[in-house]
Write a protein that binds this ligand. Structure first.
Ligand code: 13P
Length: 253
């Protein structure tokens, strides 16, 4: 494995959980040797998560950040605020943000830069819809997303991100991409990154979309896949830990 490429499993709670769940959840987590575990709860629980994970090697992050450092943006949260709480990560460009909040690649690129400026590690999400896949446009769609983000944020910024390929048709549906589909797209992403002047073999690439403890090993067999961004199956700490264990086993970490 190239230097810089890491094994990573992130649990995106989305708009789920309660304040009471945070401490119980954190207590149920176990560090998995060789794998970085990242918990991504709703923003309002970040401070509780910081306390619950104090002294733990397990890190945490936000599901979204604003492009600006401060200002009149009612309801939004700046990357610097997230960093101040002790978070290390920010997801940007999740397909649910793109779909329900109209986020464009350009906005995602600006959020990527804002996260980096605040000292956060961005996880940039990409992925095609079912109709785009059925039309044979999956690779072109993901390539276009990546190129647009790189054009706006710069290859140097992109090189500091983790990239998560999350086909929209696999999110929350129980349908995962086949291991071949997932690995193929991760290879395409590495090729596009290479083309963009980003050192592709050092980039950490995650798959997301209905990953669970039962199917994780098959997905992690793909040589281009370095981990997972997990939604539903991350809501139980033991299942997130089981996915991290599957990753360590698959990569002989
Ligand atoms: P599910 O694992 O619930 O399909 O969600 C994936 C996802 O969107 C993670 O960000």
């Amino acid at each position: 494995m190239a230097e810089g490429r890491r094994l990573l499993v992130a649990g995106n709670w989305k708009m789920n959980g309660t304040r009471a769940m945070v401490a119980e959840y954190a207590a149920g987590l176990e560090a998995v040797s060789g794998v970085q575990l990242v918990i991504v709860p709703p923003t309002i629980y970040l401070a509780d998560m910081a306390l619950a994970l104090d002294g733990s090697p397990i890190s945490f992050g936000a599901q979204d950040v604003h492009t600006q450092a401060a200002g009149a943006f009612t309801g939004d949260v700046a990357a610097g605020m997230v960093a101040e709480i002790g978070a290390q990560w920010a997801i940007v460009g999740h397909s649910e943000r793109r779909a329900y909040h109209g986020e464009s690649d350009e906005l995602v690129a600006d959020k990527l830069v804002a996260a980096l400026e605040a000292g956060l590690e961005p996880m940039v999400c990409l992925g095609e819809s079912l109709s785009q896949r059925e039309a044979g446009e999956a690779e072109a769609t993901v390539g276009r997303q990546l190129r647009s983000i790189a054009q706006r944020a710069g290859a140097e910024s992109l090189s500091q991100a983790v990239i998560a390929y999350e086909p929209i048709w696999a999110i929350g549906t129980g349908v995962t991409a086949t291991p071949e589909q997932a690995d193929d797209m991760h290879r395409v992403i590495r090729n596009v990154l290479d083309d963009l002047g980003v050192p592709a073999d050092t980039m950490t690439l995650l798959y997301g979309g209905s990953v669970n403890a039962d199917n994780a090993a098959d997905i992690f067999a793909g040589e281009n896949i370095d981990g997972a961004l997990v939604g539903g199956a991350s809501l139980k700490s033991d299942s997130l830990v089981a996915i991290a264990r599957a990753l360590a086993a698959a990569k002989h970490a």
